[in-house]
Design a protein around this ligand. Structure first.
Ligand code: AMP
Length: 171
């Protein structure tokens, strides 16, 4: 996991003052570490009968798609409002500052789908919790939420205490 950490860059005061942004682009560019990270993300769920991977815009699309192909299942995007062209299901949720909304195609999840949710960073957990609730609204079952990075001090794991949570590196 130290090899993963070595490819994550801290960018101070991005996108706002006081935020230390975890930049995963060096990790994405390294084929060996990227492959290692994707394998480690899905490893606990190889025998969990996952039927679909869901990823959040935008970095969740990258890890989510790679995880889906590695598991041999399809990928479903969760997007910011107004981006999906077909009928959508929506959830509003609170962020650390302000509020946000996520959308998913209403027909993207089959009842009883077993869903693995993937994003790059678990921070406050608000986004992941809203994602879980959206999947459940459509009748899916959340197998787990998996993240490359977990920011311990923001206690995202507590928000997700009804769910199984997996992360590769912690800060
Ligand atoms: P959360 O607070 O857990 O709802 O995080 C919201 C979203 O912001 C997640 O999809 C993360 O990818 C992103 N995010 C939050 N904090 C950081 C950070 N320090 N560096 C990079 N991305 C972040």
């Amino acid at each position: 996991m130290q090899r993963i950490k070595a490819k994550i860059r801290d960018i101070a005061d991005f996108p706002d003052e006081g935020i230390s942004f975890k930049d995963i682009t060096p990790l994405l560019k390294d084929p060996e570490i990227l492959n290692f990270a994707v394998k480690a993300l899905i490893e606990p769920f190889r025998n969990s009968d996952v039927s679909v991977v869901v990823g959040m815009e935008a970095r969740g699309f990258i890890f989510g798609s790679l995880a889906a192909t590695s598991l041999g299942v399809g990928f479903v995007p969760l997007r910011k409002p107004g981006k999906l062209p077909h009928e959508v299901e929506t959830i509003d949720y609170d962020l650390e500052y302000g509020a946000s909304r996520l959308e998913i195609h209403a027909d993207a999840i089959e009842p009883n789908d077993r869903v693995l949710i993937i994003d790059d960073v678990l921070a406050t957990g608000g986004t992941a919790k809203a994602s879980c609730e959206l999947i459940e609204k459509l009748g899916g079952k959340v197998v787990a939420c998996a993240f490359v990075i977990e920011l311990n001090e923001l206690s995202g794991r507590q928000q997700l205490d009804d769910y199984s949570v997996h992360s590769l590196v912690k800060y």
